[in-house]
Design a protein. Structure first.
Length: 377
């Protein structure tokens, strides 16, 4: 017998409510019963009842296999994240059978990186393989568009107004001089020539990614490592990657492999933005050609006044300064509103940025155009 619309509605309510939904009169069987059991193990173990996952790796591994069978990948990743945060299963990730059962995602990578010093030798390669898979997926999604968007921005920023004849961009020149059109002669007087700088004289842009590696920024660290590697692969850019907590570590030498970058980070600890910016400032040799991207929730444990003074000094020298509260798909995190407002007053609004929007942010910075801020703070 075909299920009616009302039957389907009762079925869904029964799955949502769990055992408390038995009053709906809907009895779950087969696949629905298995799905209900998987949900109950995670979400219906609060209060006086105990969670159904237990503490053994085999039992949790079986549950991970069940949810991969019953739910789409995006839901599986969310349930894994909830299981780690609700039931404290992170330590079980140090066991090989657990890593073989999980669905890799950015959040799982963050958890593994926070545990990396505790990962036993027998599990280390499995953990690295999980991280490498997530990094490869992100590169496939983001790399081509980033190179195309920034490559176009770099070409446009290299235009000059006194080009040699063979370097003239005639389309741009005509558009720039349309106001000088002479109808009687049916011609345009090119008062201003527009062209491209010759390749050998093109000036490289310098990008410094300054990444907060406190525990709350895990997803941003993962995406930053991938973008850092992509930017470092572009010959028209000179890219530096700096991570910080209360200390500062320059990971530029690892940029050829974002997996190496991630395993060189140390998630957790305090935050000293001022010290990190001081280091970045010391590496700037051509301010007018430099873009500094600070990715942090702005909870400063260092000297607030000095931090703001450094940002003001960099901007006054001609540095393009970009402040991102997060580089992830999760929206704006908890952040220090007072520091965000202070940066906005300096002309550096702080905002959350998705990975898909990051290439456009960088393209605007390269061309010294207003940033396409999703939401000013």
């Amino acid at each position: 017998m075909a299920m009616t619309q009302n039957d389907e509605r009762l079925r869904r309510w029964r799955l949502v409510l769990g055992g408390e939904g038995e009053s709906t009169g809907c009895r779950l069987t087969g696949r629905d019963a298995g799905m209900d059991g998987a949900l109950a193990a995670l979400y219906r173990g609060e209060g006086e009842r105990s969670a159904g996952l237990g503490g053994s790796a085999p039992q949790v591994a079986r549950w991970l296999g069940d949810i991969r069978e019953y739910f789409p990948t995006t839901v599986v990743q969310l349930m894994q994240q909830d299981a780690i945060s609700r039931l404290g299963l992170d330590r079980l990730l140090l066991e090989p059978e657990m890593l073989a059962a999980v669905e890799p995602d950015v959040h799982l990578v963050g958890t593994l990186l926070s545990l990396k010093n505790a990962i036993p030798e027998t599990t280390r390669e499995s953990a690295r393989a999980v991280v490498a898979k997530v990094v490869a997926d992100l590169e496939r999604r983001l790399a081509d568009r980033t190179r195309a968007t920034l490559g176009g921005a770099l070409d446009r920023s290299a235009k000059v107004n006194r080009p040699r004849h063979r370097d003239i961009d005639w389309d741009s020149t005509i558009r720039a001089n349309l106001k000088n059109y002479l109808p009687e002669q049916r011609t345009v007087v090119p008062e201003r020539l527009v062209g491209y700088a010759r390749a050998q004289r093109a000036v490289k842009k310098e990008v410094i990614l300054c990444i907060d590696q406190s525990g709350s920024m895990a997803a941003s660290v993962v995406h930053s490592a991938v973008f850092g590697a992509v930017l470092a692969s572009m010959k028209s850019l000179s890219t530096r990657l700096v991570v910080f907590d209360t200390s500062v570590v320059d990971l530029t030498e690892h940029l050829t492999d974002p997996v190496d970058v991630l395993f060189a980070t140390q998630l957790g600890g305090g935050t000293d933005i001022n010290r990190a910016l001081a280091y970045c400032q010391s590496k700037i040799t051509r301010p007018a050609e430099t873009i500094v991207v600070l990715i942090s929730d702005l909870y400063e444990g260092g000297i607030r006044a000095e931090m703001l003074k450094r940002v003001a000094a960099m901007k006054a020298a001609g540095v393009q300064f970009v402040a991102l509260l997060a580089l992830s798909d999760e929206g704006a995190p908890s952040y220090d509103h007072a520091h965000a407002a202070a940066l906005a007053e300096l002309g550096a609004p702080a905002f959350a940025c998705t990975p898909d929007a990051f290439p456009d942010i960088m393209a605007a910075a390269i061309q010294k155009q207003p940033l396409p801020v999703p939401r000013s703070l």
